[in-house]
Design a protein around this ligand. Structure first.
Ligand SMILES: [Zn+2]
Length: 263
């Protein structure tokens, strides 16, 4: 094979890989089109959902969630993957994990990422009693047996929150797809006090990944405790070329929605 011919083939192969990687988005190939390419996205246990307090059932087995090693200083690689910005640990001395609740095993953190919109009145994936929040963080965990458990927190429009600096600075920097930045911080620096959050309670239901391939059998925990962020701080996410990345809420289809506290 001559070299030029080889280059042409290589180019075609690369293009098809790029196309495959970007054949879903939140625009022309948005959430309504995902099921065509990813049948899993039309499953009956999809996420996100409306966390409707009036239908949530109190479950006494939902003990406080324990966040192990979340206070460790970790070196994060913050990357824009074209769909969101996510944080991955670089050689962590210890891996943050979650246990407690009604979990039969421990779940190790694998990454965190965000969902946002184009104004402060939408952007979160889950709704709380019919309302969207401007931003939502997902902390994705996996157990040794391969099960996934995601923890979500809403950000509410409010006062300027200085604690968010470690994530806002990278959000302003990793604007284009594949942009990366290294940042050191503790997850406890940006998340609410866990004791208070557990006291205020969390929702629990079985759902899915909110992006293709929309894999189901994922244990969702979404806290009622929110994190304050100002309109100005939200702009750090709006400068991002992923632009907007929230899926609309999915039908419950008879699933149980539980609460860890009696309201
Ligand atoms: Zn997510």
């Amino acid at each position: 094979m001559n070299f030029l011919y080889f280059l042409v083939i290589l180019n075609i192969l690369t293009q098809s890989i790029i196309c495959k990687d970007s054949n879903w988005n939140y625009k022309e190939n948005g959430p309504d089109k995902w099921p065509k390419i990813y049948p899993g996205c039309s499953g009956k246990q999809q996420s996100p959902i409306d966390l409707d307090t009036s239908i949530a059932q109190f479950n006494n087995d939902l003990r406080p969630l324990i966040f192990n090693n979340y206070n460790q200083s970790i070196r994060w690689n913050i990357t824009n993957d074209g769909h969101s910005i996510y944080g991955k640990m670089i050689n962590p001395p210890v891996t943050p994990s979650i246990s407690g609740s009604n979990f039969k095993e421990k779940f190790n953190l694998i990454q965190f990422h965000f969902h946002w919109g184009f104004n402060p009145y939408q952007g979160s994936e889950h709704k709380l009693d019919g309302n969207k929040y401007p931003l939502e963080i997902h902390l994705v965990h996996q157990s040794n047996s391969g099960k996934l458990a995601v923890v979500g927190f809403f950000f509410r429009l409010g006062v300027n929150n200085q604690r968010l600096r470690p994530i806002l600075e990278p959000s302003r920097q990793v604007i284009f797809k594949n942009d990366q930045m290294i940042e050191n911080f503790r997850l406890t620096d940006i998340l609410p006090n866990f004791e208070t959050a557990n006291r205020n309670g969390y929702f629990r239901y079985m759902g899915s990944l909110t992006t293709p391939p929309c894999t189901q059998d994922i244990t969702w925990t979404v806290y009622r405790q929110t994190i304050s962020i100002s309109e100005n701080q939200l702009k750090a996410f709006y400068s991002n070329k992923a632009e907007t990345n929230h899926r609309h809420v999915q039908p419950l289809n008879g699933r149980k929605l539980e609460l860890s506290v009696k309201l």
